[in-house]
Design a binder for this molecule. Structure first.
Ligand SMILES: Cc1ncc(COP(=O)(O)O)c(C=O)c1O
Length: 452
């Protein structure tokens, strides 16, 4: 396909003042991105249309490999389990599974999706507060690890396993004080008040349950590594207690997800790339928390990690077109894009980085970026320095790989294509754009309402 010719822009010589702020106290936009891996963005937009989600296979694999290498150099037994809810497009899960990750799911739908992709039960971790009896039966039969969230689920499991006369592999989710407030205590059994130990005692005396692990997930976008050290230390203390009190050895401890990606929160002044902890920082904290307990080498548990956003965010891009410019009543410039917050849920809490694909001169202006929904809340960035970008030209929104392609809403517009730039340099569609026919196939108009 023929690619669109770039618009001519008169050349200028501009004095570079790196690091200087402009009169609005913001650094001018200094980067432009015209390729994703080695593929021209103009080619992507003309071949697949806009808006368009683009995933880099190379980045997915390099993030996962880096994380695994960093943890494995600090601890002997490490296993990642891909957090489906972060991005459960089949192609993305497949990349992580090819890299050796298990599946971490939080609903029957996600469980079935993992099975459909070929994940065997013994590589599925089943989390979440809502597991139906049918879902529990599937998981027991498949030998999946069921992470119990509350006592009612524990009682259901006792009932189901007795009926099935089969043993369930179970772990408990533990919540605890790690120095971050408000505490995430709505999931799992509390550590400090003894609830977690109570749940363990009940499992140990049940006929058809085998306690195989302990799990916690202390929060998401966690900037504090010391919170992980505390969590690892408390979970390992409990692990040690199970060995000493019940002469029972567990297979693993699972520290959940929560590592921050390189997105900047609205409330952060500094750019995230300079302040979020690295995988090394998180790995040092977690493994130190485990080693604190002085277990013998033979007693060390497998360490499972359910990292989501930190692995996938930077591999995701949104390519979008400028559809209009406006002046707001206070004189500020507004730019309207052909995408909206229904596709970019994360713009509610992140200041997503947005870059042009070509140089438009050195003059930038403080701009508000709005989406194309007829809704006042459709603000993608409020306050970003942008050069004047002509209508019809392309902008790239960065670090959108996590949660957008699962929390996106079909609202006002249909959802667009998602493509993957493959390591080989080719481009593959990994999710087609929705069509009116696809969207209306579940709708039924009662006979009496049909227009005659
Ligand atoms: C149980 C569990 N594990 C893993 C994750 C992934 O978290 P993150 O994307 O913050 O790494 C989540 C997300 O909230 C979760 O609830």
């Amino acid at each position: 396909m023929e690619t669109k010719k770039k618009k001519y822009v008169r050349p200028v010589i501009a004095r570079q003042q790196l690091g200087m702020m402009n009169k609005f106290g913001k650094a001018p936009i200094s980067t432009l991105i015209d390729k994703i891996d080695d593929v021209d963005i103009s080619e992507l937009s003309s071949n697949y249309g806009t808006p368009l989600f683009v995933i880099s296979e190379k980045k997915l694999r390099s993030q996962q490999r880096d994380a695994l290498r960093i943890f494995k150099t600090r601890y002997p037994k490490v296993q990642f389990a891909w957090s489906y809810k972060t991005n459960y497009l089949d192609a993305i899960c497949s990349v992580f599974h090819q890299e050796g990750s298990w599946a971490e799911v939080v609903s029957e739908f996600e469980y079935d999706k993992a099975k459909r992709l070929g994940m065997p039960g013994n590589k599925i971790i089943f989390n979440g507060p809502d597991k139906t009896k049918d879902a529990l039966i599937k998981a027991i039969n498949d030998g999946a690890s069921i992470h119990i969230d509350h006592f009612d689920e524990l009682y259901s499991l006792i009932e189901v396993t007795e009926k099935l006369e089969k043993t369930a592999r179970v772990a408990i989710r533990v919540n605890m004080d790690v120095g971050i407030y408000p505490k995430w205590d709505r999931f799992g059994f509390n550590y400090e008040n003894g609830e977690a130990l109570d749940a363990i005692k009940r499992i140990m005396i049940a006929n058809n349950m085998k306690l195989v692990g302990l799990h916690c997930h202390i929060g998401t976008y966690m900037l504090s590594t010391s919170a992980y050290r505390i969590a690892a230390s408390k979970l390992t203390t409990l692990y040690k207690k199970v060995i000493s009190d019940f002469s029972h050895s567990l297979e693993y401890i699972d520290l959940g997800g929560g590592f921050a990606s390189k997105n900047t929160l609205h409330a952060q002044y500094l750019d995230a790339s300079g302040i979020v902890p690295t995988f090394e920082d998180y790995a040092d904290a977690i493994t130190s928390g485990i080693f604190e307990l002085n277990l013998k080498a033979s007693e060390l548990p497998l360490l499972i990690l359910e990292t989501g956003r930190a692995l996938v965010d930077e591999a995701g891009f949104m390519i979008t077109k400028v559809i209009a410019h406006k002046r707001l009543s206070n004189g500020r410039r507004a730019v309207i894009l052909d995408t909206g917050v229904n596709l970019l849920f994360t713009s509610f809490w992140y200041k997503h980085r947005i870059t042009p694909t070509q140089f438009y001169g050195e003059h930038t202006e403080d701009s508000a970026i709005f989406g194309n929904l007829c809704m006042n809340i459709d603000v993608i960035r409020d306050g970003i320095q942008l050069p004047p970008i002509p209508v019809g030209d392309i902008l790239v929104i960065h670090n959108v790989g996590a949660y957008n392609m699962t929390q996106w809403m079909q609202f006002i517009n249909m959802r667009p294509k998602v493509v993957m730039v493959m390591e080989s340099g080719s481009v593959e569609i990994i999710r087609q754009n929705e069509t009116l026919e696809y969207l209306t196939q579940l709708e039924i108009v009662p006979e009496s309402l049909k227009l005659k």
